[in-house]
Design a protein around this ligand. Structure first.
Ligand code: PLP
Length: 453
């Protein structure tokens, strides 16, 4: 375990003292609970009982280059010893400047300025705070409403949680924000209008335009969207969706914020999915997770020259953009990110994803033939199998969720970690995964579903 405590003592300490980000309070202080992982290597992770498994979700959609990557660990150690911290308020460090330059190089279009945060929630929160600041500086203080999607997920700060439309995250959190409004998730499988792709797109576009019309474009500051709704169930929108929504945003001077916390850094075979996969150059892209492959926390947003230029340089008015994180551009995190980018480049991992992802999608879709499976979807190395015991039901039932949880347990016993989200089994393996390992992953999932069937 790397400490003076043994496994039993650590598990006991966790149950007694550690509050997890999804804590079952009824279990707090009891002995049941979470798995303790003790080591990991490549796409594999080993638990305290010595069971080695494929880590299907790559942590939480984040360990892009896999575990135990020495160049990243070395870069972290070297930077910690060279200079572990400097105040970003008054000074610079080399890794953050170098990383900003690298991100500007591969971000689409004129997205050339980077603000660093500590993770995905703070990245989205900061982008939204920027939108608020931007419109106040431009002298239009009413233009602040954020249009979000049902089933979107953007984080756990007050503002980003308010912008997240997943009902399951809301019970007992009811300090509402007035400036947030939700439109449909582009979920063809579950939405009553979802049958025909082209007609569904028109429905979604009309809904967006109507919302803008009814609230007044002068009151709307941003459209916030994941290119693919990740935690909402790997929902890939109809073809042309992002392009159409961007055009509408441009027409009304609404900032288009693309939340690429999950889709960025190779998950869809490019640095960012906005371009070319979804053919858009948004105003702001938020990122986190894969930027360091999860080795240390880091997030941020990259913003276009066009937008920033409207309130900077000769257009700047008065106050500074104060969004002051102690750890903005943390040198150790940025050094890890630079090493991570180098590993991705030297390993040709973007091209590798473009090669193996179609195979992954093809194999995953074959699971659709099992009667218990209602839908299979995905893009790049993001995949989801949705269980539906009643194929005609509009919503997942508690029974469907119990089925998915049982599939998850069976997978675990057979050497695969799957991320259960409600009635869905979600996979987003490390980018280094090979075709044979995809085969193993899919066959464990198939056997587990068939056993439950
Ligand atoms: N945005 C998206 C799309 C996410 O999926 C997540 C987390 O899963 C976040 C933001 C929040 O990131 P973090 O958990 O690093 O704060």
């Amino acid at each position: 375990t790397g400490s003076q405590w043994n496994v039993a003592e650590l598990e006991d300490a966790a149950h007694r003292h550690l509050i997890s980000p999804a804590e079952e309070l009824a279990k707090l202080g009891t002995s049941g609970g979470r798995t303790l992982f003790t080591s990991a290597d490549g796409i594999y992770i080993t638990d305290s009982r010595g069971r080695r498994m494929i880590d299907g979700p790559a942590g939480m959609w984040c360990t892009q280059v896999g575990y135990n990557c020495k160049p990243i660990a070395d870069a972290i150690a070297a930077q910690a010893l060279r200079i572990c911290y400097n105040s970003p308020w008054y000074s610079l460090n080399g890794p953050s400047a170098g990383l900003a330059r690298r991100i500007a190089e591969f971000a689409p279009g004129d997205l050339n300025h980077v603000f660093f945060t500590t993770g995905g929630s703070s990245a989205v929160d900061s982008a939204l705070r920027f939108m608020q600041f931007f419109n106040n500086v431009l002298g239009r203080p009413s233009k602040k409403t954020i249009i979000c999607r049902i089933d979107g997920y953007h984080g756990s700060t007050h503002l980003t949680a308010a912008c997240s439309g997943r009902a399951g995250n809301r019970p007992n959190f009811d300090l509402e924000m007035d400036n947030v409004t939700f439109i449909s998730a582009p979920n063809r499988y579950r939405h009553p209008q979802g049958g025909d792709e082209a007609a569904f797109l028109e429905f979604l576009v009309a809904e967006f335009e109507e919302r803008i019309e009814s609230l007044g474009p002068q009151n709307i500051g941003a459209f916030l969207a994941e290119p693919v709704l990740a935690s909402g169930g790997v929902i890939v929108p109809p073809k042309g969706y992002h392009r159409r929504f961007l055009e509408i945003c441009r027409k009304h001077d609404i900032l288009y914020i693309s939340d690429e916390v999950v889709t960025g850094f190779g998950r869809c075979g490019e640095w960012f999915a906005s371009e070319p996969a979804f053919d858009i150059v948004p105003d702001i892209i938020t990122f986190a997770k894969g930027v360091t492959s999860g080795y240390v926390p880091l997030g941020g947003f990259v913003i276009s020259d066009a937008v920033l230029g409207r309130i900077s340089g000769e257009n700047a008015k008065g106050s500074a953009y104060t969004n002051g994180y102690t750890y903005s551009g943390h040198p150790v995190s940025c050094a890890a990110a630079l090493a991570n980018i180098e590993v991705i480049e030297q390993g040709g991992l973007l091209a590798h994803v473009r090669e193996v992802a179609p195979y992954f999608q093809e194999q995953l879709r074959k699971l659709g033939e099992i009667p218990l499976v209602g839908d299979v979807r995905g893009i790049g190395l993001l995949g989801c199998v949705e269980c539906a015991t009643d194929p005609h039901s509009q919503a997942a039932t508690d029974f469907d969720k119990a089925v998915a949880a049982r599939i998850d347990r069976l997978c675990y016993e057979n050497g695969l970690i799957v991320r259960p989200i409600g009635s869905m089994c979600v996979l987003s393996p490390a980018l280094i995964i090979k075709k044979e390992e995809i085969d193993t992953m899919i066959s464990i999932l198939r056997e587990s579903i068939e056993k439950v069937q």
